[in-house]
Design a protein around this ligand. Structure first.
Ligand SMILES: [Zn+2]
Length: 337
């Protein structure tokens, strides 16, 4: 939308990106920083976008660790940028927890990276030439955070909400209260009364208050109707799987789904077998138009940027150990859970 960038000060560059990439936000100034780094299959494009706009990137801040937000981290870290992420995500990444990034669980590749700067709730963070405040907003993931610039009243919300929806929650991984947690986080964001809302997907909402009211309404539905929350998550995960593979052959989709932990978990919560849920999921998404069948291949209907075929990227359980960050004393910094 043409008017999007006009709401932003000149020291911010925002770039809308289709799936499977999160939108980009570059903060210019003495400490140039990027908030979220896209999908690993587009890391070179992300690096080129940055090269054209800033000489030196100091820091990447991740709103959370899903693959569409941290995929450029390894590439940018190798070029000298530090990585900042929420303290819980930083701790898990530091010990190479197999659940990191939910990469294996969701079957989404992430290139190995380490966190240099764990972020805590309400801490101030210098990005560009301004102080931003870290706001922990668990729900979509337990480690999710938002970033608030109080002078400009700009709120970066990651996947907590978008112009049209609330972020999906994972009741199987994060428990039955995940919807209530997401709703509480939204209320915290509503109370900030932002002038500009910057979601990680889709456009900048023309009316931040209306976007937040819609998100709150939809989050209440996740709380009141856990079944719909499970379905919502399953639809989003399958659509993403189809995007990063540029479609899956129709005769391979059911075996693919049967082998996924997320699908088995969802089937358990819904009281179905994985086989029944897989068939029902494909059927409902075909009928709603969310996925389409073309030349015996299933594709996501939403706009996305295809990813070139690449060598497989190992899941976090086999990542090399996190490189210790050398502090002044040369010792490994404390990371707390
Ligand atoms: Zn996400």
């Amino acid at each position: 939308m043409a008017h999007d960038a006009e709401q932003l000060p000149a020291w911010l560059t925002w770039q809308r990106r289709p799936f499977p990439d999160a939108n980009l936000l570059l903060v210019h100034g003495r400490r140039p920083a990027l908030i979220d780094s896209g999908f690993v299959g587009h890391a070179e494009e992300t690096a080129a976008w940055l090269r054209a706009r800033t000489g030196h990137l100091n820091l990447v801040v991740n709103t959370h660790w899903h693959s569409d937000h941290v995929g450029g981290n390894a590439r940018l870290q190798a070029a000298g940028a530090g990585i900042a992420a929420s303290a819980p995500d930083a701790a898990a990444l530091g010990r190479r927890d197999p659940g990191c990034c939910q990469a294996e669980y969701l079957d989404q590749p992430v290139a190995p990276y380490t966190v240099d700067e764990p972020l805590h709730d309400e801490q101030l963070l210098r990005l560009g030439d301004a102080d931003w405040q870290v706001i922990r907003t668990p729900g979509h993931t337990p480690g999710h955070l938002s970033i608030w610039q109080p002078d400009e009243r700009i709120l970066v919300v990651g996947d907590a909400l978008s112009d049209y929806d609330v972020g999906w929650v994972n009741l199987a991984l994060d428990g039955p209260d995940a919807g209530a947690t997401a709703l509480a986080s939204l209320h915290r964001l509503v109370n900030l009364a932002p002038r500009v809302l910057l979601p990680a997907h889709g456009p900048i909402p023309a009316d931040p208050g209306a976007a937040m009211a819609t998100a709150v309404r939809r989050a209440r539905r996740l709380v009141d109707d856990p079944t719909s929350a499970v379905w919502y998550g399953a639809r989003r995960i399958l659509a993403f799987a189809l995007m990063i593979r540029d479609g899956i052959p129709a005769d391979e989709i059911e075996p693919y789904l049967h082998a996924r932990t997320w699908l088995t978990d969802a089937a358990n919560l819904l009281g179905r077998t994985p086989e029944t849920l897989a068939a029902e999921l494909i059927d409902t998404m075909l009928r709603s138009g969310a996925i389409i069948l073309r030349d015996r291949r299933l594709y996501a209907a939403a706009e996305y940027t295809p990813v070139a075929a690449r060598p497989p990227i190992p899941f976090p359980r086999t990542w090399p150990d996190a490189t210790p960050v050398m502090s002044d004393g040369g010792s490994k910094p404390e990371q707390t859970a």
